[in-house]
Write a protein that binds this ligand. Structure first.
Ligand SMILES: NC(=O)c1ccc[n+]([C@@H]2O[C@H](COP(=O)([O-])OP(=O)(O)OC[C@H]3O[C@@H](n4cnc5c(N)ncnc54)[C@H](O)[C@@H]3O)[C@@H](O)[C@H]2O)c1
Length: 403
């Protein structure tokens, strides 16, 4: 199916950037929000992305004007009548997303695809309230959508292969890297990333290292920013909500570090609120040390920080994803590079583990499991692989095949 016109519902942080990406690929896009002011805010965000490109000499002013003219601002669904693909990017509330899909169905054509940019909600559940569950799919962009290459394509239980194929082609036409991910809580990248972010918070609250030391270890490893800076960028509220969804689905190994809760409840939500793990606004007080002390009083365990303590939980979760057929080993590696900036020269999280040696990774996970419990519960697949001498590069077979 060829997409001639697209629609985006919700002109916030994600929706406006997704609309920008669509116009950059030369397609018209309807951009809807609940009132004129919010639509205009979204339009301004799109304009500022293009303006930066013009200032850098990457495009001309007239190119910019032509791209901006492709956005059709809307506060109702009238202009959605002839769209082929709609991406909803309204707040992360199941009932709201269901309502939006039901309202859209009253006006859109029979063949139109309904995609959701949800970070963690069930695509199958959203699809179930529509008359076209075979045409409902997850299309998960990453923040900032104008920059990040990865898009997770998530079929629900009833999604047709044709819809998946059309959505993959659409994502490619937007110059993105689509990776097909089978539905599970957190999908692929957030599911792998959260244990890493969470462990960094545990290391911090248990006095193993300062925020700066933890972040520096990650950037020295080759990641674009440290885990605590990343949480501040993403928003502590957003990360905390995602971690709750993971906790409900996967149990104790996703138990969030109490320091997250402390920051969340105190309104220290990261960069957008002027402070989080770090302080960004001069008028905000740096209270991290007090809160660490409070959390330590509640649960005064002291522990050491090491880089493998934050990286290996990602390897372990990736092994669980493989076991559950969430994605292939190559797609997991690709998704981590394109979605999180995992250092490309290391080839992705699974190639990195293969390089270290899966026996080494497993032995360390077992050690950490003894010390810290469920967060390091070694994946059965990893144990099976080591038992069968699938040790990674050194034995010619691990998550990948070598030689
Ligand atoms: N922010 C991120 O880092 C990120 C990353 C990936 C996915 N997501 C997901 O994207 C979605 C949107 O997140 P966001 O950060 O852009 O939120 P946001 O709050 O910035 O934007 C949501 C927008 O939707 C609008 N809206 C609400 N109801 C609407 C309706 N009925 N019709 C049209 N517009 C409506 C709101 O007014 C708001 O402008 C969420 O599902 C979120 O989980 C967010």
């Amino acid at each position: 199916m060829f997409i001639y016109k697209a629609g985006v519902v919700g002109a916030g942080a994600m929706g406006s950037e997704i609309a920008q990406v669509i116009t950059y690929a030369g397609l018209p896009v309807v951009l809807k929000d609940i009132n004129q002011e919010l639509v205009q805010k979204g339009m301004e965000r799109i304009r500022s992305i293009y303006k930066r490109r013009v200032e850098k000499g990457k495009m001309t002013q007239s190119d910019m004007d032509a791209k901006l003219a492709l956005v059709i601002p809307a506060t109702d669904y009238e202009s959605f009548r002839d769209v082929d693909m709609i991406i909803e990017a309204v707040p992360e509330k199941m009932e709201l997303k269901k309502k939006v899909f039901q309202e859209l169905e009253k006006v859109i054509g029979e063949g139109a695809i309904l995609a959701s940019n949800t970070s963690a909600l069930s695509i199958s559940e959203m699809a179930a309230v529509t008359k076209r569950p075979q045409k409902v799919v997850g299309m998960h962009f990453f923040f900032p959508a104008a920059v990040m290459k990865l898009v997770e394509i998530i079929p629900g239980l009833a999604t047709s292969q044709e819809t998946v194929d059309d959505t993959v082609l659409f994502a490619e036409s937007l110059r993105k890297i689509p990776v097909r991910v089978n539905e599970c809580a957190g999908f692929l990248v957030n599911r792998l990333l959260m244990p890493y972010l969470n462990e960094a918070a545990y290391c911090l609250q248990e006095g193993g290292a300062t925020r700066e030391e933890i972040d520096k270890a990650a950037t020295d490893f080759g990641l674009p920013m440290g885990p605590l800076t990343l949480v501040d960028q993403l928003g502590i509220d957003i990360c905390f909500d995602v971690v709750q969804v993971l906790l409900q689905s996967y149990g104790n190994r996703m138990q969030p570090a109490p320091i997250w809760g402390k920051l969340y409840q105190s309104g220290y939500l990261g960069k957008k609120s002027g402070s989080g793990f770090y302080v960004y606004d001069a008028d905000k007080k740096d209270r991290l040390a007090d809160w660490i002390r409070e959390v330590q009083n509640e649960k005064s365990k002291k522990s050491k920080f090491s880089l493998d303590r934050i990286i290996y939980p990602m390897v372990n979760e990736a092994a669980l994803c493989l076991e559950e057929n969430v994605a292939s080993a190559s797609d997991i590696d690709l998704a981590m590079i394109a979605g999180t900036g995992f250092p490309q020269e290391k080839g992705g999280i699974l190639r990195y583990a293969d390089e270290i040696g899966l026996d080494v990774v497993l032995a360390r996970l077992e050690e950490l499991y003894k010390e810290h419990g469920d967060r390091f519960w070694p994946a059965p697949r990893l144990k099976r692989m080591v038992g069968a001498q699938f040790l990674g590069k050194k034995s010619g077979r691990g998550f990948h095949i070598y030689g």
